[in-house]
Design a protein around this ligand. Structure first.
Ligand SMILES: NC(=O)c1ccc[n+]([C@@H]2O[C@H](COP(=O)([O-])OP(=O)(O)OC[C@H]3O[C@@H](n4cnc5c(N)ncnc54)[C@H](OP(=O)(O)O)[C@@H]3O)[C@@H](O)[C@H]2O)c1
Length: 279
């Protein structure tokens, strides 16, 4: 399935379309493996690639995008590390990302993780400047709580298009989703198949059986059906297609509710010493 950029995408608050399906590259080893997986993803129909300075694979991602010959159609997201959020550091590191990617412009630049030691107004001021000067087309955040989203939206001079957060059926993110909607931001789900946990889930498999879909596909559909963008990662070429083919069926209200019931304490997978106090 090719993603139709008009109907299979969400319009961001800066007018840009973001596909419902993106391709994650965390733990894609730098070098040929990451480059090939990006190329295969673009050949399969993905039009959004998610990377980060922290992943160490921006160079390979850029190579994959260029090798596809489809740069103009592809949204490339990268993220600034929390220790680079002071304006001077940020500017230097965005230029470094562009040099690594070997692209003229980043499509979407995110704060990877909040850093309470750097005032948000300074970081967002620097990101807005990078946008005005043409280094990035859009800016946004990742791993932001409701309080941080409110604070960020108060001080930014440019629209924050999205909040990229961990999101899957085992983690209740309703508060963050409501805040994103209230603030006109897209919510982008990382680890959307719970790092592969969803594939062995009996409930998701049973629902999938009724629709002729796999448990992973049901998991991704549950998210997109709530208006959440997903960026699953796979190193397996056959799963690229599987993860793309999720927009041609609908879950019933009863199925949506049943899947939401999988949320549990301790469902969060990605947590660090530098994590904010989660909602
Ligand atoms: N902003 C942040 O702080 C942050 C944090 C984490 C991740 N991310 C982004 O989000 C992306 C996705 O998250 P993630 O990589 O953590 O987790 P994920 O996409 O939920 O899960 C990836 C795992 O699921 C397996 N998998 C993929 N498709 C499958 C399928 N159809 N059936 C069964 N298993 C499947 C993969 O194994 P195979 O390779 O064997 O298929 C891999 O082990 C990352 O790559 C990264 O770009 C962002």
């Amino acid at each position: 399935m090719k993603i139709d950029l008009i109907t299979d995408s969400v319009k961001l608050n800066n007018g840009v379309q973001m596909p419902w399906l993106g391709f994650g590259t965390f733990q894609s080893p730098p070098g040929q493996v990451a480059e090939d997986s990006v190329l295969w993803a673009l050949q399969a129909g993905y039009r959004h690639i998610d990377t980060a300075q922290m992943y160490g694979n921006e160079r390979a991602v850029g190579e994959g995008v260029r090798a596809s010959g489809q740069r103009s159609e592809v949204m490339v997201t990268t993220k600034i590390q929390p220790q680079q959020l002071a304006p001077h550091e940020l500017e230097r590191s965005v230029k470094e990302s562009l040099a690594q990617l070997r692209l003229d412009v980043i499509d979407l630049l995110l704060i990877h993780w909040p850093n309470p030691r750097v005032p948000l107004s300074e970081t967002l001021g620097a990101m807005a400047k990078m946008k005005r000067e043409g280094y990035t087309r859009a800016i946004g955040v990742s791993n932001f709580t409701v309080a941080l989203l409110d604070e960020a939206n108060k001080v930014t001079s440019e629209p924050l298009v999205c909040n990229q957060v961990e999101c899957h059926p085992y983690l209740d993110q309703d508060k963050v989703l409501a805040a994103c909607r209230r603030l006109g931001m897209a919510m982008v789900a990382y680890s959307p198949i719970a790092r592969g946990q969803a594939k062995a889930d009996e409930l998701l498999a049973r629902v999938g059986h009724a629709h002729g879909k796999t448990a992973a596909q049901v998991c991704l559909r549950w998210l997109t059906q709530q208006g959440i963008v997903v960026i699953p990662r796979t190193a397996k070429i056959e799963r690229l297609e599987e993860n793309l083919n999720i927009l041609d069926f609908d879950l019933s209200d009863a199925e949506m509710t049943e899947i939401a019931g999988l949320a549990r304490r301790g469902g969060r997978i990605v947590d660090w010493t530098w994590s904010p106090k989660w909602d």
